[in-house]
Design a protein around this ligand. Structure first.
Ligand code: Q9C
Ligand code: ZN
Length: 648
């Protein structure tokens, strides 16, 4: 459905007219560097370009008290009245364009002209308050867009995700008693010793009045937070609340001063991390995500991170995350304290907070941020994108299957002798239909392993599902996959002679018992209700997967898998964050064309349908999750929620 890029060259006009070391980092080059890189990567060309317009007085009035135009002489004097503000004669025009750009983006998304988009704007907005400019921000672009989405489009639930490294206190103040706007912000805090030095940036500021629980602060008390810390914050704090909230629209205060190399943030997250954050948000609100630039002062890091965000909005799979995926102790403590502060207001946190896990010292410690931007930044991932994003290899190409034009129905099959050789050990693969299906699957898998195809769907007769999966795993491991994650739903057993060499992680979702037979062989019941399903995905499947860092994912819906279509779509959409989106879904031949169709679209980058208001996880589901977490947490560190180590 498309991605909008909203911009206007005039927004490069505002600049610093006198010496001020605090303001000098907010430079016009921030916009030109980001835009140049988007062009260079061919990403701008794939977007719907919208030329920013000025917001009207009335639109600004949604959030701000009267605004004024000033003469040049008054600008410096006026600047002195605010914290971290330097006005320029063009500031008012630029700030009106920045606010207008956000409004256009929201209008484009909510009228269905596009699915999502990014507004590349200056000045930023999230520090701006009702009657005060602050922290380089003049008008609160995101807040105005949120108020507009409520007023002009009648929305009732808007999620604002502020991944800028500073606390967007302006947004918090404007909506702290408003339950229709869930505001999440993580920020460098250092126990209150970092700008803007506010007590109300801490985790225990949770909103007031009707808005209790609709302000979510995650203060980082150390610098050096990295990919694992950011993803853990999403999986264990933001996303459970966001799914429970069930937003109709997601606005992102997209500051990239939280990325590696930034002089303000001093954090370590690589640009690829923003692809993952974006992708994780795209499963909400039917994929209606509007990102607006806030901070980001390291031009290289900013440009790369903007590209990662836009690329993901366009539906490209996120590149794999680099580095060991182990959240640091300080991050876990922050996540735990935010969860504890929010637990009274959110059902999805309550059951698990009943017995707060003990905090034990001794986890990994953040390295700090002294090191220069790592080589990760100097060498952006240059792996060529596969020519086919998604291929569907069904045995009888289905004419009733409605697919986007860029999803291909694969005709090819592996060579007959080769297919027979792989099939030989399995009785269930002797039948002609099973052999034919296996030939198509092998052909598809080879395309994926060779890098020609990114993701795919194959089908098999139910009686041959287990054997086909067994062959797929072996073939994957012998033809290039280093680490293979297999998520198996329904009656599928781990192939008995699959080596226990740590190269495959088997996760079965079915039956009654939760069991970790080894760290690479996990079984958990399929929750009946949406709430339980979500905590299974966010609390178990994704933490395991992000810890394991597979380079190939197989997801198999086997006999009696019992998964609803929208749940299958969500699982596939979220597993797409692993292995650079190299995901092969294996279905039963008699699955409905609807199921095959929705999985193909989701693997191809479309948003899964909203789950709607979710039920709570049942006590049994929570017990299963807690049990497995206790078993597996020492090995798979992304499972940690708070600094928790189970007692023996
Ligand atoms: N060294 C935005 O990122 N100066 N504003 C802090 C600490 C103010 C940041 C000084 C930073 C404002 C949108
Ligand atoms: Zn910032």
């Amino acid at each position: 459905m498309g991605t909008a890029l909203v911009y206007h060259e005039d927004m490069t006009a505002t600049r610093l007219l006198w010496d001020d070391p605090e303001c000098e980092i907010e430079r016009p080059e921030r916009l030109t560097a980001a835009l140049d890189r988007l062009r260079q990567r061919g990403l701008e060309q794939r977007c719907l370009l919208l030329s920013a317009r000025e917001a009207s007085e009335e639109e600004l009035g949604l959030v701000h008290r009267e605004t004024q135009v000033l003469g040049k002489e008054e600008l410096q004097a006026l600047s002195g009245q605010f914290d971290a503000i330097c006005f320029h004669p063009s500031t008012f025009h630029c700030a009106r364009l920045a606010a207008g750009a956000g409004l256009q983006l929201v209008d484009a998304v909510l009228t269905g002209a596009v699915q999502n988009g990014l507004a590349l704007v200056r000045p930023p907005g999230h520090h701006s308050q009702r009657a005060a400019a602050n922290g380089f921000c003049v008008f609160n672009n995101v807040a105005i867009a949120a108020a507009h989405a409520k007023q002009k489009h009648g929305l009732h639930r808007i999620l604002v995700v502020d991944w800028d490294v500073h606390h967007g206190q302006g947004i918090q103040y404007l909506f702290e008693d408003d339950p229709s706007i869930l505001y999440f912000s993580w920020h460098r805090y250092e126990h209150g010793r970092f700008w803007p030095f506010l007590r109300e940036s801490d985790a225990d500021a949770v909103g007031r009045g009707q808005g209790l629980g609709f302000t979510v602060n995650l203060p980082w008390n150390q610098v050096g937070m990295g990919n694992a810390d950011y993803v853990a914050a999403f999986l264990h704090l933001l996303l459970p609340l966001a799914f429970e909230f069930d937003p109709e629209l997601v606005l992102v205060s997209a500051g990239f001063d939280s990325a590696i190399g930034d002089p303000e943030g001093q954090m370590q997250a690589t640009p690829e991390c923003f692809a993952h954050l974006t992708q994780l948000l795209q499963v909400l609100a039917g994929g209606r995500v509007c990102a607006m630039l806030e901070g980001g002062y390291h031009l290289e890091s900013l440009a790369e991170s903007v590209c990662m965000t836009v690329q993901t909005l366009l539906g490209d799979p996120a590149p794999p995350l680099s580095g060991s995926m182990v959240p640091c102790q300080s991050a876990l403590e922050s996540i735990q304290s935010a969860r504890a502060a929010q637990a009274p207001h959110w059902k999805s946190l309550q059951l698990q907070e009943e017995r707060p896990p003990p905090l034990l010292p001794g986890g990994p410690v953040c390295k700090g941020a002294a090191s220069a931007p790592s080589s990760l930044l100097d060498q952006p991932c240059l792996c060529p994108a596969p020519s086919v994003r998604t291929a569907v290899a069904l045995t009888a190409p289905d004419i009733t299957l409605v697919l986007p034009p860029d999803v291909i129905q694969q005709e090819g099959s592996a060579l007959r002798e080769e297919t027979e050789a792989w099939a030989r050990p399995h009785e269930s693969l002797a039948r002609e239909e099973a052999l034919a299906a296996l030939g198509k699957l092998l052909y598809l898998l080879d395309g994926m392993l060779d890098g020609q195809v990114n993701s795919g769907i194959a089908a098999t007769p139910a009686s041959a599902a287990a054997a086909t999966l067994d062959v797929a795993i072996r073939r994957g491991l012998s033809h290039g996959a280093q680490r293979l994650l297999c998520v198996a739903l329904g009656q599928l057993d781990r192939p008995p002679d699959l080596a226990h060499d740590g190269r495959s992680l088997w996760l079965n979702i079915r039956g009654k018992e939760a069991a970790a037979l080894s760290m690479f062989h996990v079984s958990t019941p399929l929750p009946a209700m949406t709430g339980g399903f979500l905590s299974c995905i966010l609390g178990l499947v994704l933490p395991l997967a992000y810890s394991f860092q597979p380079d190939l994912v197989l997801v198999a819906l086997g006999p009696g898998h019992g998964l609803q279509g929208r749940h299958a779509a969500l699982l596939a959409a979220m597993l797409r964050g692993l292995a650079g989106g190299r995901v092969l879904a294996l279905l039963e031949e008699d699955s409905t064309p609807q199921l095959a169709g929705i999985l193909a679209r989701v693997l191809n980058g479309e948003a899964p349908p909203s789950l709607g208001a979710s039920s709570v996880a049942s006590p049994e589901d929570v017990r299963a999750l807690m049990y497995l977490r206790g078993q597996l947490e020492p090995q798979w560190k992304m499972l940690q929620v708070g600094a928790f180590t189970p007692q023996k």
